[in-house]
Design a protein around this ligand. Sequence first.
Ligand code: MRU
Length: 367
Amino acid sequence: MKVDGRHIRSIWLEPDGHTVSAIDQRRLPHQFVVAQLTGCADAADAIRSMLVRGAPLIGATAAYGVALAMRADSSDAALDRAYSMLIATRPTAINLKWALEEMRSMLRPLSSPDRAAAAYSRAAEIAEDDVAINRGIGQHGLALIEKIAATKKPGERVNVLTHCNAGWLATVDWGTATAPIYLAHDRGQAIHVWVDETRPRNQGASLTAWELGHHGVAHTVIPDNTGGHLMQHRMVDLVIVGTDRVTASGDVCNKIGTYLKALAAHDNGVPFYVALPSPTIDFSVDDGIAEIPIEQRAAEEVATMTGRTADGRIETVRIVPDNSPVANYGFDVTPARLVTGLITERGVLKADRAALSAAFPERIAAA
Ligand code: MRU
């Protein structure tokens, strides 16, 4: 997407053919900083520290991490080490495992001298595919937005609520939940987005708001608990969120707080859609609540807030009493019964096993 008139992606390969660059998302919205990843350990650190985050971008970064590892040492042992280092970074987004399996199964049969070039080429393909998939999601989601727009009076906006950041920063480009929004906006559709701030790391307030602002999309940042009130007052036409893992039966794991939005949407008859690229489907698990590992992150994220002071300094302050324990579950699971539809690159599907397996038969065979 464009930032200050310049087209940019969240991750890219430098012209030297081996250095990987990524936007340091920990610094947004206050500072725009590009980080260079020159080894597999850099890629692993970038994922672990959330310099990059968002399920599809975690997958693409891991793929480049394997390529960086193969450039340094293309032995079987190095391939296994890279896999182990990268898979241990974050537990919930299945795109990480998907990308690592793709890389390892493609590289393993190759002779060692061929591996580095093949790894860079497959990583670039994974990144390009992500962009194409998200455009597909955008087209299918656009039809949903246009259908709602057709019921509006002239000049009325379509109001979308989203949680966390499933925008272009969370993917290679376009985003998943945001792709339909960007396409609708680009076509002149009047659209407005309610952006959940998404405590504790504030990916909505810091990243989604930054993206939408740079693209000129009207938006309002709201505290996380506001969505139910807005839905009761008919101020939300539809919810679109992203996801870190969708089970074979259509359960949806996404940033903590998503489930509460789905409940509020259900209670108020507001359509609740989940946008996902097919690498986010995990056909090996069925019951999302019982089977998906939920990341628990540092207490510091809950106990502190970071922001910019009036004189431009970035400061972190504590907001919880020193001795109060905190809990920091990163994700929750929304049962399939609360999901109106799954917006995929192959169309809008019912959130159930039959629809997912009919749309992605090749993924079941691989699971
Ligand atoms: O912890 P994060 O910032 O990696 O969580 C991101 C999300 O929950 C996104 O909604 C999800 O990864 C989908 S991104 C297209």
